[in-house]
Design a protein around this ligand. Structure first.
Ligand SMILES: [Zn+2]
Length: 102
C-alpha cells in the first residue's frame, strides 16, 4: 500500500501526496459529506440493510480544525463543528479523488 508523504489544507481543499507519485486535491465540502463514520453513513442492521441517517453538519462543519495520522493507513479529520469520528483511509481518499475526476 502506498504511503502518504504529505498532507496540507490549501484553501478549501485537502492536498495529499503519496509516495507512488499520486496527488489528490479533495474539496473539504466533499470530504465532510463523504465522512465514513457510522453516524454519517449508517451501519447495516441485522438484515444487512443500511439505514442512511441524515448527517447533521453544524456551522463551520466544512472547516477543518485538525488532521491526525492514524496508524500509517488513514487520516482522522477533526471538523470545526466538533465532529471527528470519521477515519479516512488512504485508499478511501484516493477513491474519492478518482471519483470526482472521472
Ligand atoms: Zn461522520
Amino acid at each position: 500500500m502506498s504511503r502518504l508523504i504529505q498532507h496540507a489544507v490549501v484553501g478549501e481543499q485537502l492536498a495529499l501526496a503519496f509516495d507512488d507519485g499520486v496527488e489528490c486535491f479533495l474539496p473539504l465540502t466533499l470530504l465532510r459529506r463523504a465522512c465514513p463514520c457510522a453516524a454519517c453513513q449508517g451501519e447495516p442492521d441485522a438484515l444487512g440493510r443500511v439505514v442512511r441517517p441524515v448527517p447533521s453538519i453544524g456551522d463551520d462543519g466544512f472547516g477543518l480544525r485538525k488532521i491526525e495520522a492514524v496508524g500509517g493507513y488513514a487520516l482522522q479529520l477533526f471538523w470545526r463543528d466538533g465532529h471527528s469520528t470519521g477515519i479516512y483511509t488512504f485508499d478511501y481518499l484516493r477513491r474519492l479523488d478518482a471519483a470526482q475526476s472521472s
